[in-house]
Write a protein that binds this ligand. Structure first.
Ligand code: PEP
Length: 270
């Protein structure tokens, strides 16, 4: 969507935080390229100019949908950011089945999810690999959305802060402070993802504050204040507003509720 003067609508800076908000849709392994086109068209139809001014809206489809959505977004001058769910850190070569950050950048991808808990648990991605992916995304002039979060057991053992600290510090240690302020971190407690039981706003905000504190202790206050922190885990249109009102959080990473354009539009408008 464009303004009356034909300019792209950019999200306004949140006066309370000095940062812009971001709502990212993680479609996971859902929606083929034809379904993806329909969903994005419907979402575009439902949203109003004020929604795009409120926040950046980033769509993260499966890789095979990216080219179709790139063409749709460009040709209809839609205001969505194109996103990916993963990438590999090497630029090219004998890595069967992988997609490099550079390839995504060529498709106009802006934001890349890295280290989602499903990648960590199902595909055994560790902190070292995730750190390489974060660097590769930055090196290709895109923005990593680094996912971190504790499991139910870790939470039960009182290890939440320790886990967040380990995951964040491992991922950012080798990133230059010049670009690190562009990082997005999604606090996604593993027990809240897809469970229907979101974290409380207080817990999500505390998680956000811990993450910002870790970045400040490793880099600087200035960098930590620039980084955007999202909450993810069972967000719906019924609870999105509470999270967005927290000054510790800059937006949301949404899984299930982003697949249906009616639900996702309602979640953004709430
Ligand atoms: C996710 O997988 O990143 C996520 C937040 O999923 P859901 O919203 O379905 O809990």
């Amino acid at each position: 969507m464009v303004s009356k003067k034909g300019e792209a609508l950019l999200p306004k800076v949140n006066a309370r935080t000095g940062r812009t908000r971001l709502i990212a849709a993680n479609w996971k392994m859902n929606l083929n390229h034809l379904e993806a086109i329909q969903v994005v068209q419907k979402l575009h139809f439902k949203l109003r100019a004020s929604d795009y001014e409120y926040c950046e809206i980033s769509i993260h489809p499966p890789f095979v949908d990216l080219r179709s959505l790139q063409l749709l977004i460009d040709s209809d001058r839609m205001n969505f950011s194109l996103g990916a769910q993963n990438c590999y850190f090497e630029a090219k070569g004998a890595f069967t089945g992988e997609v490099s950050a550079q390839m995504l950048a060529k498709l106009g991808v802006r934001n890349v999810i890295v280290g989602h808990s499903e990648r960590r648990s199902i595909f055994k991605e560790d902190d070292e690999l995730i750190a390489k992916k974060v660097k590769a995304v930055f090196d290709s002039q895109m923005i990593p959305i680094l996912c971190v979060g504790e499991t139910a057991d870790e939470r039960g053992n009182g290890q939440s802060a320790e886990v967040l600290s380990r995951q964040v510090s491992a991922a950012i240690r080798s990133v230059s402070p010049d670009v690190l302020g562009n990082l997005v971190v999604a606090y996604e407690p593993v027990w809240a993802i897809g469970s229907g039981t979101p974290a409380s706003v207080q817990d999500a905000s505390e998680g956000g504050d811990i993450i910002r504190g870790v970045i400040e202790s490793i880099k600087s206050k200035e960098v930590s204040q620039a980084v955007r922190i999202l909450y993810g885990g069972s967000v719906t249109s019924a609870n999105s507003r509470e999270f967005l009102e927290s000054s510790s959080l800059d937006g949301l990473l949404v899984g299930g509720a982003s697949l249906d354009p009616d639900d996702f539009a309602a979640l953004i408008e709430a």
